[in-house]
Write a protein that binds this ligand. Structure first.
Ligand SMILES: Cc1cc2nc3c(=O)[nH]c(=O)nc-3n(C[C@H](O)[C@H](O)[C@H](O)COP(=O)(O)OP(=O)(O)OC[C@H]3O[C@@H](n4cnc5c(N)ncnc54)[C@H](O)[C@@H]3O)c2cc1C
Ligand SMILES: NC(=O)c1ccc[n+]([C@@H]2O[C@H](COP(=O)([O-])OP(=O)(O)OC[C@H]3O[C@@H](n4cnc5c(N)ncnc54)[C@H](OP(=O)(O)O)[C@@H]3O)[C@@H](O)[C@H]2O)c1
Ligand SMILES: *[C@@H]1O[C@H](CO)[C@@H](O)[C@H](O)[C@H]1NC(C)=O
Ligand SMILES: *[C@@H]1O[C@H](CO)[C@@H](O)[C@H](O)[C@H]1NC(C)=O
Ligand SMILES: *[C@@H]1O[C@H](CO)[C@@H](O)[C@H](O)[C@H]1NC(C)=O
Ligand SMILES: *[C@@H]1O[C@H](CO)[C@@H](O)[C@H](O)[C@H]1NC(C)=O
Ligand SMILES: *[C@@H]1O[C@H](CO)[C@@H](O)[C@H](O)[C@H]1NC(C)=O
Ligand SMILES: *[C@@H]1O[C@H](CO)[C@@H](O)[C@H](O)[C@H]1NC(C)=O
Length: 536
């Protein structure tokens, strides 16, 4: 009671001080609405993906007594930042077999069946991770953390992916969500997690108002050197799609690239997408052409710098001089030779001797020759599991809370920064248990790039917290605290050093050929973190 009173005073004060329209909007609405009512009470919830976002959603929904099932196609948690130590060539997606007509069903695969190795089937099920041995975060510790499992105080700001993986796995273990965990609170309760399980299809049954997931699990049977493939369906009242932003590699459609992609020297191909990059040693003494001007390009170039003979980077001018892009340009090692975008690859005489004698036509008419290896740091493609055939990470009409507006029993996770996950997952639990009304779907009008970038804007954090606490005041539940002020300050400091000050020294780094800069305008350093990818 006392807490409520204190909070009311705080709210009244807050309203007076921040007489901003979006805040009032939220307060007015929630005073009148009950919690959102669904067709039937929501009990069974599926979470797709055990990356940082999916794990946080699953943990919170379990805490709120939902019956949760967490599906992850990989054999362990961790999401995109978990390393898979396999140098795989980028394979196109779409090798998914047809869904069998009768479910459930099982089949067995032996080495060489249908011309596929067991290793191929196993890795295809969950794809190579775009993580290399010396990868460090491009977001500071303060925004790349999960609750309940704090980093050691002496952990540096910039984390190696090994540290990140341990952190994410610790979080999974802490919440009994790791691959072999089984900690039922009631005897006989179903397992929460299902690893090595790919969600192949998400459908809405309009009659029962439930979601039907078509699932496929692979299991290695070492004693008979076979793979068991199991297909089945499960039904849910609500679904969280936390399957991450990067479904497959984006390979640009440059004339001749398919021909060049067949070139190899011995076992190794000469062109790989950056998602297959692992170690710099393999490139020792070589001339490497990196295509792209973003984070993968600059960070792989830095990793290669001390080992290679030459680094050439093919970059095209950014359409807008955004801080993340400029930061990447400033981080290429100083031996980088920048060249314009590639126009075409001249057909090769042979595919057996690599690409060294091949001719690469640049947009400015020049020809580049003598390249040993090409790394396509050209980004990723996204697909959403629902609605069918959505070729962006998220369909249209997602509320800023992640709810799919036409049917808010479906939700998409936000992803970056990871710290937004604690608020989002609480919001999902509250809406589905009926202790919060759905907020108005519109984005707050004050943001220049409202919630569309990868980085959740600071003002949206404030809006989230206000909405959650307002709902708790009205309908019951725990109050949430904002991120610690010192973390926000650290984040802004990091943004200034990494994104703003760093990019002021871009003259004389050999980029004149691509002359690309406009004026960089950023009002708040937090906004400098707003990242690429408008379809995020
Ligand atoms: C090279 C690289 C470096 C990065 N560095 C950083 C960084 O420093 N800081 C940062 O904040 N972000 C970084 N990111 C972005 C990073 O991907 C996200 O921050 C983070 O992974 C988002 O978490 P998530 O849980 O939303 O998605 P993900 O981590 O991608 O997790 C999604 C999970 O869903 C699973 N999944 C997908 N589809 C299915 C399906 N159909 N069925 C079952 N499971 C499925 C995947 O296997 C995966 O485990 C980086 C990305 C890349 C590519
Ligand atoms: N922690 C880390 O250090 C780290 C490392 C790697 C990646 N990441 C994260 O992973 C995400 C993806 O990054 P990413 O660098 O892989 O992809 P990305 O940001 O999508 O960048 C792709 C780059 O390829 C360029 N490109 C595409 N087609 C091209 C073509 N035909 N010719 C020349 N250039 C072409 C794009 O140019 P345009 O801009 O002109 O389209 C862009 O510069 C980001 O969120 C990033 O933060 C983090
Ligand atoms: C979950 O159920 C337990 C046991 O019934 C109860 O004590 C707890 O308050 C519930 N949690 C929430 C968030 O409703
Ligand atoms: C280039 O970078 C290397 C290593 O970071 C440094 O030792 C060298 O002085 C730099 N050279 C120039 C010309 O800036
Ligand atoms: C094209 O760009 C390359 C690399 O910057 C440069 O060396 C060359 O002179 C340019 N060619 C023309 C015709 O401008
Ligand atoms: C999705 O695409 C597939 C293949 O192109 C097609 O068969 C199917 O009908 C499409 N589904 C919808 C709902 O558009
Ligand atoms: C999204 O919402 C707009 C406006 O309400 C509507 O016109 C559009 O059809 C919706 N799109 C989808 C895919 O639901
Ligand atoms: C960034 O640059 C500005 C202008 O040169 C300077 O005043 C400021 O101290 C720098 N900040 C940091 C954190 O380096």
């Amino acid at each position: 009671m006392a807490l409520h009173q204190v909070f009311l005073v705080f709210l009244a004060f807050g309203l007076a001080v921040f007489a901003q329209s979006e805040f009032q909007h939220v307060f007015e609405k929630s005073n009148k609405q009950p919690g959102t009512i669904f067709h039937h009470p929501i009990q069974r919830v599926a979470v797709v993906g055990a990356g940082p976002a999916g794990l946080q959603a699953a943990a919170k929904l379990i805490e709120h007594n939902f019956t949760v099932r967490l599906f992850e196609r990989a054999p362990h948690p961790g999401g995109k930042l978990a390393l898979q130590r396999k140098l795989l060539r980028d394979e196109p997606t779409g090798t998914t077999d047809q869904i069998p007509a009768q479910l459930p069903t099982s089949r067995y695969h032996s080495e060489g069946d249908d011309g596929l190795t067991l290793k191929h089937r196993w890795t295809e099920h969950w794809r190579p991770r775009p993580v290399w041995y010396n990868l460090f975060t491009n977001s500071p510790k303060a925004s790349t953390e999960l609750p309940d499992v704090p980093y050691e105080p002496e952990t540096p700001w910039v984390l190696s992916h090994h540290t990140i993986q341990r952190h994410v796995r610790s979080y999974a273990t802490h919440h009994c969500l790791n691959s072999n965990d089984y900690c039922p609170r009631t005897p006989g309760a179903p397992r929460v997690t299902s690893y090595s399980t790919r969600v192949e299809k998400v459908e809405k049954d309009e009659e029962t108002h439930t979601w039907v997931l078509t699932l496929r699990r692979l299991e290695q049977l070492p004693e008979s050197n076979r793979l068991r493939e199991e297909w089945w369906t499960e039904t849910f009242d609500a679904v969280v799609l936390a399957s991450g932003p990067y479904t497959s590699a984006h390979v640009p459609d440059i004339e001749g690239i398919v021909d060049w992609s067949k070139a190899r020297e011995g076992e190794q191909y000469s062109i790989y997408h950056s998602q297959a990059y692992r170690h710099p040693e393999r490139y020792a003494g070589k001339t490497v052409l990196i295509v792209g001007a973003s984070v993968s390009a600059s960070e792989i170039a830095r990793d290669l710098g001390p080992f290679v003979h030459r680094i050439i980077a093919s970059v095209r001018p950014p359409k807008v001089p955004r801080p993340p892009r400029l930061r990447s340009l400033s981080r290429f090692p100083n031996i980088t030779e920048f060249v314009p975008e590639i126009a075409s690859f001249e057909p090769l005489k042979s595919h057996a001797e690599g690409i060294r004698s091949g001719r690469i036509h640049l947009m400015n008419g020049s020809i580049l020759q003598g390249v040993d290896e090409i790394i396509l740091a050209t980004g990723y493609r996204s697909h959403s599991l629902y609605p069918p055939n959505t070729t962006t990470r998220r369909p249209e009409n997602i509320s800023w809370t992640g709810h799919y507006v036409p049917d808010p029993t479906l939700a998409f996770t936000i992803g970056r920064p990871w710290t937004v996950g604690r608020y989002q997952s609480y919001g999902l639990a509250k809406v589905w248990e009926g202790s919060a009304p759905l907020p108005p779907p519109e984005q707050p009008p004050t943001e220049p790039n409202p919630g569309t970038g990868m980085w959740f804007p600071e003002a949206m954090f404030r809006q989230y917290i206000t909405w959650l606490n307002d709902a708790s005041l009205e309908h019951g539940g725990r109050f949430v605290e904002p991120l610690p002020i010192e973390n926000v300050e650290l984040l802004k400091y990091y943004a200034v050093v990494h994104f703003l000050n760093n990019t002021m020294s871009l003259d004389n780094i050999g980029l004149n050929s691509v002359s690309m800069f406009g004026k960089l305008e950023v009002e708040d350093p937090w906004d400098a973190l707003a990242d690429e990818g408008l379809d995020w």
